[in-house]
Design a protein around this ligand. Structure first.
Ligand SMILES: NC(=O)c1ccc[n+]([C@@H]2O[C@H](COP(=O)([O-])OP(=O)(O)OC[C@H]3O[C@@H](n4cnc5c(N)ncnc54)[C@H](OP(=O)(O)O)[C@@H]3O)[C@@H](O)[C@H]2O)c1
Length: 193
């Protein structure tokens, strides 16, 4: 049976992926910062060596963009060195590594949607640290998948719930008008809508 290790399994995306995989015939290994801190290379290697996952899905990250700006060292530690540690471990145990990245590796400002062939040009510390994480993953683990997702929403998306609530009450919705994205939602949510 395939063993899938989800790091950052307590976060929004990690919880959702774990819930979806739970219905599949796979063995799930779920960790978060309290069980395996991905910035600790020794712990990461030890956990991978003992459990020998076939796939590692990295949902761990420092995702608060403002916090990344005020604590850049921490952002690079979690978003870049963390994936590096997982990349090294994945190579050693011959696992495939799925790295959750972001459209923030692009600076924005273009008039057309980005593709895989566009050159990353992050402007925020968050985007820069995530791009550094991608590069480490590419460098250390040949069997990788990098997902540059845009805004992810789902069942427990506070902003979406807030908008739906205001709309259902016929109230005015205040939102940024200078940002464009391609939101990604779970299939279950689409069916419900
Ligand atoms: N949500 C989105 O719209 C979106 C869009 C594009 C890309 N992404 C990417 O998708 C991934 C998951 O996003 P998310 O929204 O699920 O983020 P999240 O809710 O902030 O979850 C991140 C998880 O990682 C954990 N974590 C933080 N530092 C860690 C460490 N050193 N070792 C192990 N675990 C650690 C966090 O624990 P604590 O909560 O205790 O810190 C949290 O459980 C991120 O890499 C993010 O860049 C998300």
């Amino acid at each position: 049976m395939q063993k899938i290790w989800i790091c950052g399994a307590g976060g929004r995306v990690g919880r959702k992926i774990a819930g979806l995989l739970d219905r599949k015939p796979v063995e799930l290994l779920l960790t978060d910062i309290d069980s395996v801190d991905i910035t600790n290379s020794k712990d990461v290697m030890e956990y991978a060596g003992i459990n020998r996952p076939h796939v590692i899905v990295n949902c761990a990250g420092l995702t608060d963009v403002g916090l990344c700006e005020s604590e850049p060292e921490r952002a690079f530690k979690v978003n870049a060195l963390g994936p590096r540690n997982l990349g090294v471990a994945a190579r050693v145990v011959k696992a495939r590594l799925v790295q959750l990245s972001t459209d923030d590796v692009f600076g924005g400002g273009g008039q057309t949607p980005y593709t895989e062939f566009d050159r990353p040009d992050p402007v925020t510390v968050y985007g820069k640290s995530k791009l550094a994480g991608e590069n480490f993953v590419r460098e250390f683990c040949s069997r990788h998948i990098i997902v540059r997702s845009s805004w992810i929403f789902g069942d427990k998306s506070p902003y979406l719930e807030h908008v739906l609530k205001l709309a259902s009450e016929g109230k005015r919705v205040e939102a940024a008008s200078d940002q464009t994205a391609s939101p990604t939602g779970p299939q279950t949510w689409r069916k419900k809508s």
